[in-house]
Ligand binder design. Sequence first.
Ligand code: KG4
Ligand code: ZN
Length: 338
Amino acid sequence: MQNCYILGIESSCDDTAAAVINNGHILSNVVATQKIHEEYGGVVPELASRAHQQNIVPVVTQALRKANIDKKDLKAIAFTRGPGLMGSLLVGTSFAKSLAMGLNIPLIDVNHMQAHILAHFIKEKDQNIPVFPFLAMTISGGHTQIVLVDDYFEMKVLGETIDDAVGEAFDKSAKILGLPYPGGPLIDKYAQEGNPHAFPFTKPKVGPLDFSFSGLKTAVLYFIEKETAKNPEFIKENMADICASIQFTIVDYLMDKLKNASKQTGIKRIAIGGGVSANSGIRKALKDAEKELGWETFIPKFEYCTDNAAMIAIVGELKYKNNYIAEQDISAVARLKF
Ligand code: KG4
Ligand code: ZN
């Protein structure tokens, strides 16, 4: 097969990323994660744009170097158009436009949410690729959605969060417990040693396929305030049980939604993506569902789950091969829909 090198650029939130793909195979996948936000306990948009501005040239240069190609070998440039933080998106968008114009090659716009889903089509050894139609749940610090995927570019959002994203539920709960940002992986770590039924939290009630997490955060806050008023050492003495209980509630809630979607559509192929797919609780629950419900489940390699440019590159390739090319006057859209 002829080489078809495509560069993907991602800058929607706080990761500056670039990747090179060739016929479905990722040749390089470079991510510069912005550490600066840790001290603020969340992403600061203004600082994110500035860091993207500093990182984008070295990150793209490194991606080309690792792929061992010259920029003149590129067939097209794909970039994240949205959704995301406007200042962050503008850095990647402007850079991609200039590079495509300078090299006189096609420019391809990519929807970040579609990219999380199409990351499942990156070719990797020992990795199963889902057959259409399938259900995709994207769970991260920025998004929580369940999508019906009929084809590469035929997707329908079946349900989504009405307030916080699931990653935020993990991170905000962790903050209440005095854990550093992002606290999701730490909750997961402590949860391994704890009893998931020690402290029952109520699962939020919204539509069958939608999500709400703000109530859970408040419930955790009130619970911790009440218990530490009685015993100031409560958190320290019960960290594992508290984390296991929070994690159990969140995972059970995500699984409820997936089961509802599967029942409603009759589809048993379930794919997940986004940073929260690293969670050991959701991974175990999906494995159990394979046995108990006959599901076939798909989780991409972790580096393709968190925000990355490999997923932008695969969409770029799929669009390039279908001749979906963007105009040079295209602009970033913070609330881009499917
Ligand atoms: O996809 P991602 O890297 O960035 C975006 O938010 O788009 O996801 C980061 C989120 C954070 O909220 C982080 O706490 C959460 O994923 N996360 C986890 C775990 N690993 C990452 N949450 C629970 N358990 C984990 N093991
Ligand atoms: Zn994302």
